[in-house]
Design a binder for this molecule. Sequence first.
Ligand SMILES: Cc1cc2nc3c(=O)[nH]c(=O)nc-3n(C[C@H](O)[C@H](O)[C@H](O)COP(=O)(O)OP(=O)(O)OC[C@H]3O[C@@H](n4cnc5c(N)ncnc54)[C@H](O)[C@@H]3O)c2cc1C
Length: 291
Amino acid sequence: MKLPPLHHNTPATLEEALDLLGEHGDEAKVIAGGQSLVPMMAMRLARPAQLVDINGIASLAAMEDRGDVLAFGAIVRERAAEKSSVVAERAPVLAEALPHIGHVSIRNRGTIGGSLAHADASAELPAVAMVTDAHVVVRSRRGERIVAAEDFFVGHFTTSLADDECLVEVRVPATLPGAGWSFQEVARRQGDFALIGVAAMVALGGGGSIDTARICVFGVAERPLRIRTVEDALAGAAPSPEAFEAAAADAARDLEPPSDVHGSAAYRRHLAAVTVRRALTAAAARAGVPG
Ligand SMILES: Cc1cc2nc3c(=O)[nH]c(=O)nc-3n(C[C@H](O)[C@H](O)[C@H](O)COP(=O)(O)OP(=O)(O)OC[C@H]3O[C@@H](n4cnc5c(N)ncnc54)[C@H](O)[C@@H]3O)c2cc1C
């Protein structure tokens, strides 16, 4: 299918890109990897008159280890992060999630920033951003905002980005030494969007009890969900199979997942319980809990 007529702008600087976004407002869309936007335009689900192509802006291409955070510029490709030994070591839950996205050819073009800005409720990276308490840096001609993942995702394909704003950087906190992590998803085929997925992290305190647990479930609601009541209940508990089984049942109980051709709500709720239990168990094992 052909794309509708449009102007393809290729700014060389961020300032130029922000001017274009400010000038054209809701007529304009940023294009990064194009792996979601181009199919949406071909299907006429998006009809921007102006494309603001950020791929020529060298200042958005850096991937940096800043000690407490890993920073990914807006045109860092998913595949570049996947192949990075720094990401594998310092943000292993991100490294574990990346291979679940589509296929290599998609990850060669798709960007981390684009995935967050696209905010598909079944996408992997928004859940990683939520479980790691990541932040995004957003710029417009009006200034800069640093937005927590929790406040960035509003609904399916909806974020708190305004029309004139460009996401310029994603900041993922480095995983604390000793903390365990797990990323699990159920999809019909490798590379498909998830029917349901879970990102979890577990850190142990003195005496071997759980100090903190984080659980983010995705594919079951309009946006990825941190299950904070269950996280709070796990803090201080012994990291036993029984505790994880009960936590998983509690996490799944209040979910209201969609029903569609891929699976009923009841099936997804069942998968949520199984997947949360597996994710907590795997994260705890990596934190040092004996199997
Ligand atoms: C066959 C196929 C399978 C896929 N499977 C998966 C999958 O399993 N899981 C998954 O998560 N994704 C999947 N994807 C999508 C892929 O990961 C995309 O690369 C990603 O979602 C969007 O990144 P992008 O850089 O391509 O963004 P683009 O397509 O360029 O943009 C997507 C949206 O984000 C906005 N945007 C992009 N960058 C910025 C920015 N810096 N500032 C402001 N707005 C911005 C655009 O305006 C647009 O609305 C798949 C895609 C295809 C084609």
